[in-house]
Ligand binder design. Structure first.
Ligand code: HEM
Length: 319
């Protein structure tokens, strides 16, 4: 789903750390920390402590397993250098989960940075005081709800953002600056950054996601915008990698898909995991990820009816 983003005058000051250095310091998937507490020869006094530590650090679960009830849904995916967290933008349970994730990792010194689709690339809170006001944080991130229809609501994301800021963890805008949208639409090189199957998939999602209302000639330019956004987020996440810590990227579910989105623009060998969140009532296709967390069912609205009404008099401004 499209969300407007604002002009960015900030300069990105982060240093890109050598990926090989970062990866060399990451424990292998076969780390002893992956051993479930129940299988360790621990006294009954130490076993609860082990379980509590595993839960808190999110570091002692087997990758690929389904989280059992009560486990945080990210637990089976950790540790990883980059955790991509997909969401439905208007599901408050998803942002609540993200705030818990950010707090849990930050409390244990495991969070390298929080990267957001909701702020433009180049915007960041680096160097800000952990006690900074929300107004200051918003100014640094260029979070301006008056920028137009569909602006990201600060109220929706404030708990996630402020959890990172209060813990002294940088928050980085990851989205393509709005000033670059038009250039992206007309840049055919972006088509080449996906293999033909993934490009077809993305264009099909673009068509379906907009309820078959888009004229055919607008599909390719809009898919390019999506690709440019995915590339911007992938690049921003890489600049934030830190040894033995995780970067958390929060974006819409379409952006984090392993068969279409940000993962396809990451360097090979970078350890990452994808967690998607979706209401149990949602019929939207999610694509590939490592785990899906289902929030409680809700009354789903007919977004096609809303889009049809919105676009009745005009189609999206894409030429
Ligand atoms: C719930 C479904 C969706 C709704 C209601 C929705 C709505 C919209 C709206 C209102 C616009 C702006 C048109 C304008 O400025 O006049 C837009 C643009 C866009 N949408 Fe969606 N969309 C949906 C699904 C998707 C999906 C599935 C994708 C990607 C696969 C996507 C990617 C985009 C892109 C790249 C643009 C153009 C750039 C921009 O203005 O942000 N959308 N969408």
């Amino acid at each position: 789903m499209r969300k407007p983003i604002r002009h960015n005058n900030g300069k990105e000051k982060r240093t890109v750390i050598d990926l090989r250095d970062a990866l060399a310091q990451w424990p292998s998937v076969a780390s002893p920390c992956m051993t479930p507490c129940s299988t360790l020869a621990l006294s009954s006094r130490l076993r609860p402590l082990c379980a509590a530590l595993a839960l808190a650090l999110g570091a002692c679960a087997q990758p690929g397993t389904t989280a059992t009830q009560g486990d945080p849904p990210w637990q089976s995916l950790m540790p990883t250098a980059l955790l991509l967290v997909g969401e439905v933008h208007d599901a408050p349970e998803h942002q609540a989960l993200q705030a818990q994730l950010v707090s849990a990792l930050a409390q244990h010194g495991r969070l390298a940075a929080l990267v957001l689709e909701m702020a433009e690339q180049g915007r960041h809170t680096e160097g800000i005081s952990p006690s900074a006001s929300e107004a200051e944080v918003r100014a640094r991130l260029g979070w301006d709800e008056s920028a137009g229809t569909g602006s990201w609501s600060w109220e929706t994301y404030r708990s996630v953002v402020m959890a990172a800021v209060r813990a002294g963890v940088p928050v980085l805008g990851g989205n393509l600056p709005r000033s670059q949208l038009r250039a992206a639409m007309t840049d055919p090189r972006l088509d080449m950054s996906l293999d033909p199957a993934a490009l077809d998939r993305l264009r099909a999602r673009m068509r379906e996601g907009h309820c078959d209302l888009l004229p055919t000639h607008q599909i390719a330019p809009m898919a390019r915008v999506q690709i440019a956004r995915d590339k911007a987020m992938a690049h921003t996440a890489q600049t934030a990698l830190r040894a033995e810590r995780s970067v958390v990227l929060i974006a819409g579910n379409e952006h984090v898909r392993k068969d279409m989105g940000v993962p396809l623009h990451l360097p090979s060998g970078l350890p990452f995991k994808v967690l998607q969140a979706a209401p149990a009532s949602s019929a939207q296709p999610l694509g590939q990820s490592d785990a899906v967390w289902r929030s409680p069912p809700r009354q789903e609205t007919d977004h096609c009816a809303a889009l049809r009404e919105q676009w009745q008099s005009r189609l999206p401004k894409v030429q």
